[in-house]
Design a protein. Sequence first.
Length: 110
Amino acid sequence: MTPSAPTVEHNAARHRYEIHVDGERAGLTAYLDCGDQRVFHHTEVDDAYAGQGLAARLVQGALTDVRASGKRVVPVCPYVAKFLERHEEFADLADPVTPDVLEWLESRLG
Ligand SMILES: CC(C)(COP(=O)(O)OP(=O)(O)OC[C@H]1O[C@@H](n2cnc3c(N)ncnc32)[C@H](O)[C@@H]1OP(=O)(O)O)[C@@H](O)C(=O)NCCC(=O)NCCS
């Protein structure tokens, strides 16, 4: 059987985007919304799927959805920050990581 292409889904109830491969969840990127800013704070891909570019596909799908929703992106997650540095097509969506955002995030994540 030919493997199906990975799909990115928005799991709004759990504040995250997930990437699925052949029906299995392979990774996620998690966020919290602060007004019109979507603050991405953590990305992970399961070890079994590492190094295949899945995190990049996941973040690309997530940022495309953020653009469609008219929100901004705050890349607290180092992986998302690195992705934004390498993909200028998303640069217009990015807001800086400020001490205020970090304090807000810490208070929300506990
Ligand atoms: C980081 C992670 C999500 C990458 O998943 P992946 O699907 O293997 O990633 P991709 O194949 O799309 O990209 C690999 C790139 O991620 C980079 N990377 C790995 N860990 C990173 C990190 N902590 N911060 C930024 N970039 C990272 C690698 O250096 C590699 O860069 P390259 O393209 O220059 O070689 C995965 O290794 C992971 O879950 N790590 C543990 C959790 C973590 O550290 N998350 C990031 C901070 S929240």
